[in-house]
Design a protein around this ligand. Structure first.
Ligand SMILES: Cc1cc2nc3c(=O)[nH]c(=O)nc-3n(C[C@H](O)[C@H](O)[C@H](O)COP(=O)(O)OP(=O)(O)OC[C@H]3O[C@@H](n4cnc5c(N)ncnc54)[C@H](O)[C@@H]3O)c2cc1C
Length: 403
């Protein structure tokens, strides 16, 4: 039996949208039964995805219709703006990505169920997802539910969270930003300010990040790496002070939008443990998770020390499309339409990157007063393709010197 559907997407956020584009691009969804299950209507611009890339990279050529802004210059902290050629810093609004997926769903008549999946697994009949009292079967279940974490962000104030045999406080990236407009051109030489650490650190590691959308329209965001989540009241005060110093006459700017978010900064070790415990439970059913593919942050796409995931998710979506394309050819050769006996894993990154991530996370968690000096030192180097790559993802199989 091939299942109730061919592809079941558990979650229809960023990685699902990128995977659908990659699979459609490879011609793998034509005439297929596709189902999406997600309780969230995805009707808000809840995230903006930024990433570095050269114009010829697939993440740009594939998504050019979605890229809302691109910048050619950047500065680290208060260093001068410099060209980041041949790279640019790009931004995609999450709502544009969600709407793109909605249009594809409507055009193809793919079904959406607005509910939460309770569990995902595989047995002798293949992969499945449990929705309410129903077990929905699929040849491929693409699972983007948030990954298992040993720790949840924001609990540090109430004490340390237990992680296996270790006791460690949580760490998260939390941010709060304003889009402000001025009556005069403020950012004539448009470029991105990546990390201005010359702000009060408030017992954590904090910096301001700025994206100029137009000469008189700028996103100014306070970001905290820390064990306590940035509170709105404090963030508003810090932003007022920051803009007050940059724009002494405060009447000259208007706040036209507010945004805030939290990204857990979990170490690779935690992710591996989560994956191992899921594998163990599947094994206890005596069936490996054939046909179940974790995608997005569930597939370790997030670089824990920086919170970047988008470019890696896009790369993983392409690799998955290639893998499924090959397995579809094998199926045609063998005329098999039964449950698949395959699994897919992206290339693991070199362990040294996990080590470096772990080191930075250790400093941010245990020695927050040293975070500013550590990041300021790394920002002194001119933004370059190499440093951009290091911030964005962990290149598979490469040593640090090679990237
Ligand atoms: C505020 C914010 C800003 C970010 N900005 C950037 C950035 O600038 N650049 C970058 O590279 N990365 C960024 N990231 C990191 C990463 O790119 C995003 O988290 C991205 O959305 C991850 O994609 P995903 O598909 O794994 O998860 P999501 O996009 O969150 O999608 C998961 C989906 O699963 C659904 N779901 C959850 N539980 C269930 C369930 N039980 N059953 C069914 N569905 C379920 C959710 O409703 C959601 O729609 C940001 C993250 C956050 C939180």
């Amino acid at each position: 039996m091939a299942g109730d559907v061919d592809f079941l997407f558990v979650g229809r956020g960023a990685s699902a949208a990128l995977t659908v584009r990659a699979l459609e691009g490879a011609g793998l969804l034509a005439g297929r039964r596709v189902l999406f299950v997600d309780p969230d209507p995805k009707s808000r611009n809840d995230k903006t995805f930024c990433f570095w890339a050269e114009d010829t990279e697939p993440v740009v050529t594939d998504l050019v219709d979605l890229i809302g802004h691109s910048w050619e210059k950047a500065r680290g902290g208060r260093e001068p703006l410099v060209s980041i050629a041949p790279m640019r810093y790009h931004q995609i609004n999450s709502l544009d990505l969600y709407e793109d997926l909605s249009r594809r769903m409507a055009a193809n008549g793919w079904e959406l169920r607005a509910e939460a999946v309770e569990s995902v697994g595989a047995d002798e009949q293949g992969a499945y997802a449990v929705c309410g009292s129903e077990k929905v079967r699929a040849r491929w279940v693409l699972d983007s539910r948030p990954p298992h974490r040993d720790t949840a962000p924001g609990n540090a104030a109430s004490g340390d969270a237990v992680s296996g045999d270790l006791v460690q406080p949580d760490l998260a990236q939390s941010f709060y930003g304003w889009v402000v407009e001025t009556d005069f051109p403020w950012q004539r030489d448009a470029g991105v300010t990546l990390m201005d650490l010359e702000v009060p650190q408030d017992g954590a590691t904090q910096f301001v990040y700025m994206l100029p959308y137009a000469e008189n329209r700028v996103l100014v965001e306070l970001t905290r790496f820390g064990t306590a989540i940035l509170e709105a009241e404090l963030a508003e005060q810090r932003l007022r002070d920051y803009l007050g110093a940059a724009q002494p006459d405060q009447a000259t700017y208007r706040i036209v939008h507010r945004e805030q978010g939290i990204i857990p900064m979990a170490e690779h070790r935690n992710e591996r443990r989560g994956a191992q415990s899921e594998r163990r439970s599947a094994l206890s059913e005596r069936h490996p998770l054939h046909g179940v593919v974790p995608i997005g942050t569930r597939n370790n796409a997030l670089k824990p020390s920086t919170g970047y995931a988008f470019k890696t998710m896009h790369q993983q979506a392409r690799e998955l499309a290639q893998f499924l394309g090959n397995s579809a050819s094998d199926d045609r050769a063998s005329e098999s339409r039964g449950p698949t006996a395959m699994t897919w894993q992206p290339q693991p990154s070199h362990p040294r990157f996990a080590f470096l991530d772990g080191l930075l996370l250790h400093i941010l968690r245990r020695r927050p007063h040293q975070g500013k000096a550590f990041l300021n030192n790394s920002l002194r180097a001119r933004p370059s393709p190499r440093s951009c790559a290091l911030w964005t993802k962990n290149p598979p199989g490469k040593t640090i010197c090679e990237c």
